[in-house]
Ligand binder design. Structure first.
Ligand code: PMV
Length: 307
């Protein structure tokens, strides 16, 4: 039996603009994770078990685009091993369609567990590429940031098509991640932004430029040991996300609650229109902000130290 995990992730700055070539900052979140377990099975097929969804099926009978079947098939092909004699069981504590990278985390955990089970040491970049293939089928035009931050398990600055660099966090900081409870598939907001961009490229590109500038300043703050500046930058980034049409009342209610309770700034994170928001907190505001988020209807609040 072989088990592997993969963390969730949060985009700190730059979502959506990253699809249009701008940089974005993302960090792994270990408070939530996906787990895959591979065991040998005396059967001429691969059995896949999605334990949280109470779904068991055979690889040979799966829908070709089923994300679990796809990552199992792609990984076994990459490993050059026959598609039989294995059971792959998956569980995850990462909410689905919440901007925490649940899909990529499941893919990374499965690819890692399969590779380890057959004794192959697949590099993080290869695992990342396999997870990207699955996201591509499901998101349409993913930037690749999710699979990259999760497979490498590092804070990153990412630019589509140009790869990534490790982000140097010189002074740790705290964020609260609050779930609106509204599942919002990324492919829908990504497609809506595309429609907006096709209608008025000039306007949308200006917002993406503004986001790029915010990302640059956020990087400076993080690498320069001044994370307290991130609150204001989060609120600025949120303003741009509202302008491109991916925010919603569910996000804004939590953002207002966090700010009213003393958080230095807040924004949605990921695809938007539901999903999660993030807010910069510190030891002094932590209790008040998390309580306020819960009172405002957050389904779950995770406090994460970014280091
Ligand atoms: O919803 P998430 O966390 O998977 O984030 C998507 C990030 C986007 O920039 C909106 C899309 C992408 O592919 O980068």
């Amino acid at each position: 039996m072989t088990t592997a995990n993969a963390p969730g992730k949060i985009i700190l700055f730059g979502e959506h603009a990253v699809v249009y070539g701008r940089p974005a900052l993302a960090v792994p979140i270990h408070a939530v994770q996906a787990t895959a377990t591979v065991t040998d099975l005396a059967e001429a097929d691969v059995r896949i078990r999605a334990l949280d969804l109470r779904r068991t099926f055979k690889l040979s009978q799966a829908d070709a685009n089923d994300p679990l079947a796809l990552i199992v098939r792609l990984t076994l092909e990459r490993l050059n091993v026959p598609k039989e004699g294995l059971e792959v069981a998956v569980t995850s504590t990462i909410p689905i369609a919440g901007g925490l990278g649940s899909g990529a985390a499941v893919s990374v955990a499965v690819a890692r567990a399969l590779a380890r089970h057959v004794g192959v040491d697949l590099a993080a970049a290869e695992i990342s590429a396999l997870a990207y293939e699955v996201d591509r089928v499901h998101h349409g035009t993913p930037s690749g940031i999710d699979n990259t931050v999760i497979a490498h398990d590092k804070a990153i600055i990412f630019r589509k098509g140009q790869g990534w660099e490790a982000l140097d966090i010189t002074k740790p900081f705290l964020i609260a991640i609050a779930d609106t409870g509204i599942a919002s598939p990324t492919r829908v907001t990504v497609a809506d932004v595309r429609t907006g961009w096709e209608k008025d490229r000039e306007r949308m590109e200006k917002h993406f430029d503004a986001i790029e500038e915010i990302v640059g300043r956020a990087r400076e703050a993080i690498e320069g040991g001044e994370p307290e500046r991130l609150g204001e930058l989060m609120s600025k980034n949120q303003g741009e996300l509202e302008a491109i049409g991916v925010s919603a009342e569910s996000n804004e209610r939590l953002i207002r609650a966090a700010r009213a309770a003393g958080a230095a700034g807040a924004k949605l994170s990921g695809g938007g229109r539901g999903g999660n928001i993030i807010t910069l907190i510190d030891a002094l505001t932590r209790e008040r902000v998390t309580t306020a988020l819960q009172a405002a209807g957050a389904k779950r609040v995770i406090v994460a130290e970014i280091k």
